[in-house]
Write a protein that binds this ligand. Structure first.
Ligand SMILES: Nc1ncnc2c1ncn2[C@@H]1O[C@H](COP(=O)(O)OP(=O)(O)OP(=O)(O)O)[C@@H](O)[C@H]1O
Length: 322
C-alpha cells in the first residue's frame, strides 16, 4: 500500500501492508478519489501526513552518484583555474614591472593648460607641442623641453588618467608609488589632480580604479587607509583630523605636525590621522571631507588657488605641490 502526498512527488510504502490502519474506533473513510485506497476502506482517524513528506526529495542512488561526480569534476576544474589565474597574475606583474622599468620608474609628463577667458595675458601660440617635447618661444628666444609624454591643451582628464592607471595596478602589487603635480600657481594642478564634478581628475578616478581592481582580485586581500595633509605657509596641516581634536588644538596641533625620518629612511608625519577605509563609499566620503577642510586663497593669478597639499590612500601617494 502507498500513501501519496498532495504534491504527488513522493510515494512511500506503508509497513504491514496497511493492516495497522484498520479502523478500531469510529470509522472514517477516505473518498474514492484518494490514491491507493479502495472506496469505503475503513481507517483509523485520518493518518496525519507528516509535513516532512512535502519537503523531502528522494534522489535515486544513480542520480546522486552522477551529481557527486559532476561536483567533484567541477571542483577539480575550479582548482585548475585558480592555479592558472595565479600563474597569469604572476606573468602580468612581471610584464608590468618590465614596462615600468623600460618606461622608467620616474616618469615626467607635461600638461599644457588651455588659455582661459579669465587670463589677462592672451598670448597665442606661445608654445608648440609634440608627443614628447614642447617648444616655448618668448622674447625672440626659443627653448625646447623633453618629457616622457606631453598632453596638449585638448587632452582630456581621461587621456591623462590612462597614462597613470598602470601605476595604480603597481600600488596594488605592493609597490610604493607617488603621483606628483608640480607647477606655477594657476597652471592646472588642482584641475588635473582633483578635477571638477563633471571632469573628474586623477584622485577621484584613482579611488574608483583602486577599489574596482581590488574587488576583482580574489586571490589577495587588501587593507586601505587614507591620510590627507596640507603644506600651507610652511606648516603641515592634518586635513582628516577629528573635529573636536582640531578645534581644541586648532592653532597648535593642526598646523604643527612634524616630519620625521625613521631608521630605514622612510618619511613619517608624526601624529597625522590615518583613517581605515573599507570601501569606495568611505574613501569618497573622507576624500570629500579632506578637500573641504583644505585652505584656498586668492592669488593674483588664480582666483581659487588651493595651497600645496598631498594625500595618501594606502600605498598610493598623490602629491600636489606649488
Ligand atoms: N586642462 C584644463 N582645461 C580647462 N581648464 C583648466 C585646465 N587646467 C586648469 N584649468 C582651469 O584653470 C584654472 C586654474 O587651475 P588650477 O586651480 O587647477 O591651478 P593650480 O595649479 O592648482 O593653482 P594653485 O597652485 O594656485 O592652486 C582653474 O579655473 C581651472 O579650472
Amino acid at each position: 500500500m502507498f500513501v501519496s502526498t498532495e504534491k504527488e512527488q513522493i510515494s512511500l510504502p506503508l509497513e504491514n501492508g496497511g493492516e495497522s490502519f484498520k479502523s478500531t474506533s469510529p470509522a472514517g473513510s477516505y473518498p474514492d478519489s484518494l490514491n491507493g485506497f479502495p472506496a469505503g476502506t475503513e481507517l483509523c482517524d485520518p493518518v496525519p501526513v507528516p509535513a516532512l513528506y512535502t519537503d523531502v526529495t528522494v534522489v535515486p542512488e544513480q542520480e546522486k552518484q552522477e551529481l557527486e561526480q559532476t561536483i567533484s569534476t567541477l571542483e577539480g576544474e575550479i582548482a585548475g583555474l585558480r592555479l592558472q589565474h595565479r600563474s597569469l597574475d604572476r606573468t602580468r606583474r612581471e610584464a608590468l614591472n618590465k614596462i615600468l622599468d623600460i618606461k622608467g620608474s620616474i616618469r615626467v609628463f607635461c600638461r599644457v593648460r588651455p588659455i582661459l577667458l579669465t587670463d589677462r595675458r592672451r598670448i597665442h601660440q606661445p608654445i608648440s607641442t609634440e608627443l614628447e617635447k614642447i617648444v616655448v618661444r618668448s622674447g625672440g628666444s626659443r627653448k625646447e623641453f623633453s618629457f616622457d609624454k606631453v598632453f596638449p591643451q585638448e587632452a582630456s582628464q581621461e587621456d591623462v588618467f590612462v597614462e597613470v592607471e598602470p601605476i595604480l595596478r603597481s600600488a596594488l602589487d605592493g609597490h610604493n608609488v607617488c603621483i606628483l603635480a608640480y607647477g606655477q600657481t594657476g597652471t592646472g594642478k588642482t584641475f588635473t589632480m582633483d578635477g571638477t564634478n563633471d571632469q573628474l581628475g586623477i584622485a577621484p578616478r584613482a579611488l574608483v580604479q583602486l577599489f574596482h581592481n581590488a574587488s576583482l582580485d580574489k586571490s589577495s586581500s587588501y587593507t586601505f587607509s587614507m591620510s590627507m595633509l596640507e603644506v600651507y605657509m610652511g606648516s603641515l596641516r592634518d586635513l582628516l583630523a577629528p573635529k573636536s581634536f582640531s578645534r581644541a588644538y586648532e592653532t597648535i596641533s593642526r598646523c604643527n605636525l612634524n616630519i620625521q625620518t625613521d631608521p630605514k629612511g622612510l618619511v613619517e608625519i608624526e601624529g597625522l590621522s590615518e583613517v581605515p577605509i573599507s570601501d569606495f563609499t568611505k574613501a569618497s566620503w573622507w576624500y570629500t571631507k579632506g578637500r573641504r577642510v583644505r585652505s584656498t586663497s586668492w592669488t593674483n593669478v588664480n582666483e581659487a588657488s588651493s595651497r600645496s597639499h598631498w594625500w595618501v590612500p594606502g600605498l598610493l601617494r598623490l602629491l600636489q605641490l606649488l
